[in-house]
Ligand binder design. Structure first.
Ligand code: NAD
Ligand code: UGA
Length: 474
């Protein structure tokens, strides 16, 4: 087994593999990093001036390393053969059919990588689970690898050690999170070889992360900790969002409640921002995964407990959509509604599970005209997200009902309501005069529904807007 890592291959050039391994290349100039993917368009984009992922600071990292010790390629087999250590960083979406449909993680991409590694490796390697996977996935990977290993050219048995090294970066702050992680978690088997492999990975991180932040655990604890961390974070959001409904009904202010509670050191201030619901590719998927795991273990009450975090999130999104319709005199049919922000959070172009999608789909059902502005999400992505797969002529229907505006001002022209779905700084920082200009072009009464608590409701009311902010009473 390699005791020192000289070459790393990362399988999966997505939101995690790309930024994570680019930062490793930057911080470890003595290590060659090859990022591979089955998708040639993605690899072409990584090799171009316009990277496939928008992430503040990422362009600079890639520009400094690409062609030096950082390479993007579709030659997966060559990457595997050359590497001492392989990150498996492929997608693990929720299953859409078969056993566990709607809950369990679809592990077939992880398994495909594992089989590929077993069939092409010509030397012993450390395999690192970077993808978020259910507890005990490493055991299945080990069985596949051990059942398919061959010998090196000089007749020695090839061996593999599997580590779990979940990623905790958040999109929009990925580079900052990778430079300065709260912790790096490395799970290994409690054997001499397992510990040696963990040590080799630790040495990679120690090029820039303080050793005291690297926490070594058993494999299963590491795998479960990733699901647990996401579940606990999402649970805080669902908790504050449940309280936002009480605030709106009573006149309490959710930001004051969150601040008051967060001052308690045991609770802490972070992740208590009320919203139209959490989005992103992972919170929902990972909690569903945890629910499925609990059910499979016969822990029905545990499953129901975590499932409620998702149900509360669904409730928050539909409650907000209902409020828009009710406030606009119970109908938005043929009315123009402006949607500001479509990404699931600011500083990313990612729309996976974005709450804006749920909201816009419900506005579509109410037969409103929707005009959407987002500074980073491409037009075609928005239209694709709003098209119902398999519904005849929906492609044309979406294009008739939805327009993509080049600026907030254009989106809001002639609209009856503005709905803020993403907390982009440019919405929060919009000057009073700019809002005045927007107000002048809108139908009256002009409504603002602030799903992120970003605008100054007082100022907007002074202009003439009728403002509804999530978690604030009338
Ligand atoms: P992604 O969809 O952006 O990227 C995955 C990539 O893997 C795709 O480009 C796909 O083409 C490629 N791929 C799939 N099968 C392959 C194969 N057999 N060989 C080569 N390439 C293959 O996904 P992501 O957002 O980067 O997430 C990856 C994993 O990391 C998931 O398990 C996710 O839960 C986890 N994660 C994501 C985040 C995040 O912020 N997005 C954060 C932490 C953890
Ligand atoms: C989240 C976790 O924060 C990461 O640690 C984890 O690695 C990642 O999931 C993952 O496993 O994929 P991410 O989804 O990128 O990261 O972004 P977050 O900042 O967690 O935001 C998720 C959603 O929650 C967004 O829609 C955001 O707007 C919402 N949110 C967040 C709130 O509504 N309120 C808050 O207080 C915080």
């Amino acid at each position: 087994l390699p005791s020192r890592v000289r070459t790393i291959c990362c399988i999966g050039a997505g939101y995690v593999g790309g930024p994570t391994c680019s930062v490793i290349a930057l911080k470890c100039p003595h290590i060659k990093v090859i990022i591979v993917d089955v998708n040639p368009l993605r690899i072409d984009a990584w090799n171009s001036e316009k990277l496939p992922v928008f992430e503040p600071g990422l362009d600079d990292v890639v520009r400094r390393c690409r062609g030096r010790n950082l390479f993007f390629s579709t030659d997966i087999d060559a990457g595997i053969r050359e590497a001492d250590l392989i990150f498996v960083s492929v997608n693990t979406p929720t299953k859409t059919s078969g056993v566990g449909k709607g809950f369990a993680a679809d592990l077939h991409y992880v398994e495909a990588c594992t089989r590929r590694i077993a069939s092409v490796a010509t030397s012993s390697k450390i395999i690192v689970e970077k993808s978020t996977v259910p507890c005990r996935t490493a055991a299945s990977m080990r069985t596949i690898l051990e059942s398919n290993t061959s010998e090196t050219e000089d007749g020695k048995q090839i061996t593999f050690q599997i580590l779990s090294n979940p990623e905790f970066l958040a999109e929009g702050t990925a580079i900052r999170d990778l430079y300065n992680p709260d912790r790096v978690l490395i799970g290994s088997l409690d054997t001499r070889e397992g510990k040696m492999a963990a040590h080799a990975l630790r040495e990679v991180y120690e090029n820039w992360v303080d050793g005291s932040k690297i926490y070594e655990t058993g494999l299963w604890s590491s795998e479960l900790s990733k699901l647990a961390a996401n579940a606990l974070l999402a649970q805080r959001i669902s908790s504050i969002n449940s309280l936002s409904a009480i605030c709106e009904a009573t006149g309490a202010d959710v930001s004051e409640v969150a601040h008051a509670c967060g001052l308690d050191a045991r609770i802490g201030p972070k992740f208590l921002k009320a919203s139209i619901g959490f989005g992103g590719s992972c919170f929902q998927k990972d909690i569903l995964n945890l629910v499925y795991l609990s059910e499979s273990l016969g822990l029905t009450e545990v499953a129901a407990y975590w499932h409620q975090v998702i149900l509360m999130n669904e409730y928050q999104k539909s409650r907000f959509a209902r409020k828009v319709v009710q406030t606009l005199f119970n109908t938005i049919t043929m009315k123009k509604v402006a949607v500001l922000g479509f990404a699931f959070k600011k500083d990313t172009g990612d729309t996976r599970e974005a709450p804006a999608i749920t909201l816009c789909k419900s506005f579509r059902q109410e037969k409103a005209f929707i005009s959407i502005y987002d500074p980073k999400v491409p037009r075609e992505q928005i239209l694709l997200d709003l098209t119902e797969p398999g519904v005849v002529d929906d492609f044309e229907a979406v294009r008739a009902q939805v327009t993509i505006a080049p600026s907030p001002e254009e989106a809001c022209r002639d609209a009856e309501a503005v709905v803020i779905c993403t907390e982009w700084d440019e919405f929060a920082q919009k000057a009073e005069d700019e809002w005045r200009g927007i107000y002048a072009t809108m139908k009256k009464p002009a409504f603002v529904f602030d799903g992120r608590g970003v605008v100054d409701a007082q100022t907007l009311r002074k202009i003439g807007f009728r403002v509804h902010t999530v978690g604030k009473g009338p």
